[in-house]
Design a protein around this ligand. Structure first.
Ligand code: PMV
Length: 347
């Protein structure tokens, strides 16, 4: 007795890693643990419309981005459906219309895979809830994260907030390689409402996809050291988060960002995703921090954009500095003011 048709809508945020995930095993299992701030403003909003179909020997779906048909998204979603089908046995019974949009400019170099894949996973979980009505919210969130991981690794950290750990590590209780968990320990006031102003340095297509990048960690000369370092950094971060130690927070987070890019530069083949303006911005941030003693820092994703991180109470001075000194390095002077958020919502 299949439900004939219906539709669900979820909005799901992006996230920014403090300790980076770079390198994976089979089945989207991370080589090392990571932790991220969930974002608040950068989101994907996805409506999934499902209608029962006759034949169930194939997947049937169509994808629209801001109302325009996007056939080039289909292979990624086909792969996602193949991976999640064992956990969502109804997938072939329906035709799906996936309508999606982002709150941030597309092709801004901001990865929409975390917000996009988590939004789609949550929509599919809403369909599955029609059949499994007894699930607790905790179970549903965990399963949504598990499914999102199979779409894009970092997407499993976007279901909830505000700090999410993904990857089994001794220092974090209940951490798992299979899904993200909420950071389970005390976090100091200093990190409440932490700000992330994203400077859009380069909107161009990435020359190297993150899939290729993760794979280059196989046989990478520094891989084992790097994976061990990520475990250590999560352990080191615990007292930092508890005591509100901004100085050491900054050191750890910036080192993680540069290490991520160092891994790219030392793989074979090697590549560089930073642009000259990325380095200009980093140097300006360092100088400003030295001159003012304010707690401004940066982190990077797998791209040229710079995430400028700072505590809420320093917003006025730091935002003024960003507008006066850093925005000139952005493409079309584009930047996005974001902050820590609390995860996805059904609408
Ligand atoms: O989720 P993926 O496969 O696109 O990998 C993203 C990896 C980084 O953004 C570079 C780091 C991270 O932990 O988010």
């Amino acid at each position: 007795n299949l439900i004939e048709s219906g539709s669900v809508t979820w909005e799901s945020p992006s996230n920014i890693a403090l300790v980076k995930y770079w390198g994976k095993k089979k089945h989207q299992i991370p080589e090392n643990p990571s932790i991220s701030f969930t974002l608040n403003e950068c989101k994907t909003i996805t409506t999934l419309t499902y209608s029962k179909k006759e034949s169930n020997d194939y997947f049937s779906f169509e994808v629209f981005l801001e109302g325009k048909k996007k056939d080039d998204f289909k292979p990624k979603i086909q792969t996602f459906f193949e991976r999640v089908e064992p956990y969502l046995p109804f997938l072939r019974d329906y035709h799906f219309k996936i309508e999606t949009k982002n709150t941030f400019p597309h092709s801004s170099g901001i990865a929409s895979s975390a917000s996009g894949m988590s939004a789609l996973a949550l929509c599919l979980m809403s369909v599955e809830k029609l059949y499994n009505t007894g699930n607790t919210e905790e179970f549903s969130n965990q399963k949504a994260s598990f499914l999102a991981r199979l779409g894009s690794g970092s997407a499993c950290r976007s279901i909830e907030g505000d700090l999410i750990v993904w990857g089994k590590t001794d220092s974090i209780e209940n951490s798992s390689d299979l899904f993200g968990v909420k950071y389970p320990y005390k976090v100091h006031e200093n990190f409440k409402n932490y700000q992330d102003t994203i400077l859009l340095v380069d909107k161009g297509e990435k020359q190297v996809s993150s899939t290729v990048g993760h794979n280059l960690m196989h046989n990478h000369p520094f891989a084992e050291q790097r994976f061990a370092q990520a475990h250590n950094n999560l352990n080191t971060l615990k007292p930092i988060l508890e005591t509100g130690d901004l100085k050491n927070f900054i050191a750890l987070v910036e080192s993680e960002a540069l290490t991520l890019h160092a891994m790219m530069m030392t793989s074979m083949p090697y590549f560089i995703l930073m642009k000259p303006n990325t380095l200009e911005i980093i140097n300006k941030i360092w100088r400003f921090r030295q001159e003012t003693g304010l707690h401004i820092s940066f982190t990077l994703d797998a791209g040229a954009n710079v995430h400028v991180l700072y505590p809420k109470k320093e917003t006025r001075q730091i935002l003024e500095f960003i507008k006066n000194e850093l925005v000139v390095y952005c493409q079309n002077e584009q930047y996005i003011c974001d902050q820590i958020g609390f995860g996805a919502n059904q609408i």
